[in-house]
Design a binder for this molecule. Structure first.
Ligand code: TYM
Length: 329
């Protein structure tokens, strides 16, 4: 059976990029694999969040996991910092992570550009902690969006390097996984780039119907096609991508056809996307609100998940210590 591990950072509410890139796959995979899904709160510390808000953020993501359909009976659901073994594996893997390759990571270079005032060592070694999250359960598949592809490549590199350095076949080489076979990049509503938490171009799982409609109707478009069968510019192609996620294939091909023969009306196009998005999000949102108020249930889920996750983690860490030569006197 495949062993599946993935996580999402607790930096705010989850948007449709997180949902279609990751969470929806988590939900589908839990039926036929051994799955562990966590909330990456250690990873969220690179930006120094307000300590009084951290726990609330974790609680929100946990409610979003459960509201969207993750089941604590089928999957192990836990908070990263409830499993301190990962910090030890991170330390041990850091001995085999080279500064040069960490400095060349795209996500690191982006962060240096965006936040030159806060280039901390946690940010540099972010991919090592992520590798530790995955390798600590000796996972084989990792459901993630396209932006995490390079981190998965690095995880495989660390697994290979460890195995070959110590002459063992200990870590499997995990692959980035999407149910639809290709990794997804969900675009934002601002005409370019991916949907992200800090960019203000997203629709969130907790957005009201009215907010969703308002955001979609404001999405960037252009003057419309003037030549038959022309290729849509990026902003319009992005809306087609979003439509392909929330609408039926028939509706998508109807609007593709209308674009091709220049009869498309962007008002109708956006209205259709907005309504189909509301149909996708509204039931999830209702369940998120329901579960979010049940503190006792959330604590039980987290405690039970941590206990199960730690068993798997402890076995790996003691084997790694042994392989590296750390032995008790
Ligand atoms: P994070 O928290 O930035 O994003 C969580 C997941 O959502 C996906 N995602 C998207 N997918 C498609 N289109 C988008 N616009 C979009 N925005 C976000 C991401 O690809 C990701 O799958 N490093 C990870 C968290 C992490 C992790 C791990 C993941 C920590 N340890 C171990 C897997 C395994 C991150 O920052 O994701």
């Amino acid at each position: 059976m495949e062993k599946v591990v993935s996580g999402i950072r607790s930096t705010g509410n989850l948007h449709l990029g997180n949902y279609f890139g990751a969470l929806k796959n988590f939900i589908k995979m839990q039926d036929d694999a051994d799955c562990l899904f966590f909330i990456a709160d250690y990873h969220s510390l690179t930006t120094h969040p307000d300590p009084t808000q951290l726990n609330g953020n974790v609680r929100n993501v946990l409610s979003e996991y459960l509201g969207a359909g993750l089941s604590p009976e089928k999957s192990t659901i836990f908070i990263q910092s409830d499993m301190p073994e990962v910090a030890e594996l991170y330390l041990l893997l850091n001995m085999h992570a080279y500064i040069g390759e960490l400095e060349r990571t795209s996500s690191f270079k982006d962060k240096v550009r965006q936040h030159s005032e806060n280039v901390n060592a946690g940010l540099l070694t972010y991919p090592v902690l992520m590798a530790a999250d995955i390798l600590i359960h000796r996972a084989t598949q990792v459901p993630v969006g396209k932006d995490q592809e390079q981190h998965l490549e690095m995880t495989r590199q660390y697994a290979r390097r460890f195995n070959s350095k110590y002459g063992v076949e200990f870590f499997p080489e995990p692959v980035a996984y999407n149910f639809g076979s290709e990794l997804v990049k969900v675009p934002g509503l601002d005409g370019s780039g991916k949907m992200g938490k800090s960019t203000g171009n997203g629709v969130y799982l907790v957005d009201s119907d009215a907010d969703i409609r308002k955001k979609v109707m404001k999405a960037v478009t252009d003057g419309g096609p003037t030549e038959k069968n022309s290729t849509p510019p990026e902003a319009i192609e992005n809306l087609f991508t979003i439509m392909s996620l929330v609408s039926t294939p028939e509706i998508l091909s109807q609007f593709r056809g209308a674009y091709a023969d220049c009869s498309i009306r962007y008002g109708d196009f956006k209205k259709q996307i907005a309504e189909d998005m509301v149909t996708t999000v509204a039931p999830i949102r209702e369940r998120i609100f329901e579960v979010r108020s049940n503190e006792k249930y959330l604590s039980e889920v987290a405690a039970h998940g941590a206990q199960k996750a730690r068993q798997s983690a402890q076995a790996t860490v003691s084997a790694v210590r042994e392989i590296m030569g750390i032995k008790r006197f």
